[in-house]
Design a protein around this ligand. Sequence first.
Ligand code: ADP
Ligand code: MG
Ligand code: MG
Length: 195
Amino acid sequence: MELTTELATKWFELYVQSIQEHKDQLNELDTAIGDGDHGTNMLRGVEQVQTVLQQQATANLSDLLKQVAFALISKVGGASGPLYGTALLDMSKYVQEHDSQLSNLIASGAAGIKRRGQSQVGDKTMLDVWQPVADDLANNQFNSSNLDQHLQATADLEAKKGRASYLGERSVGHLDPGAKSSELLFDCLLQVLNK
Ligand code: ADP
Ligand code: MG
Ligand code: MG
């Protein structure tokens, strides 16, 4: 499946709303194993994304992804800003250099998070949603039940990266906040694709 500018615009518009609705939940998840600001950080970012979307009505897909990346890098703060920003920048570059196949795009985003975060699958981070979603897309198994399973699976993991890693074994039993905000992102994508 191809990502188009129109689909991407709808996708990010939904994500702005979703972060507004889930800000408190993201902060609560981050309070348990981090510093409690993930929802607040993401909300600052998506408010800037909203501004970008209003200004970029005619942008091509690569430019749109780049503008969203810059919005997140400049406003989110925290560890998650540069990670989401790198994912989207790598997706923007991928579109420019290759194609706009959704599975390839999400795989390039996941690779960007891995590189920027020096993280592996299983470290209990947003990558534990991004990578399996990329795999699901490649295998035609991208659906909400699999997506939810990937998020839930982060609860069983011990954090190896980010603030949650300071807790060691005590991070087990809690969902990763960045995995939750990523699950929200891909839930919005499912909504857009199913329309
Ligand atoms: P901060 O920890 O700086 O307050 P946030 O609370 O906004 O930043 O984001 C925390 C989330 O960022 C974590 O839940 C995790 O998903 C993600 N994260 C942190 N460090 C890494 C990393 N090295 N690689 C991948 N993801 C990471
Ligand atoms: Mg935090
Ligand atoms: Mg913080």
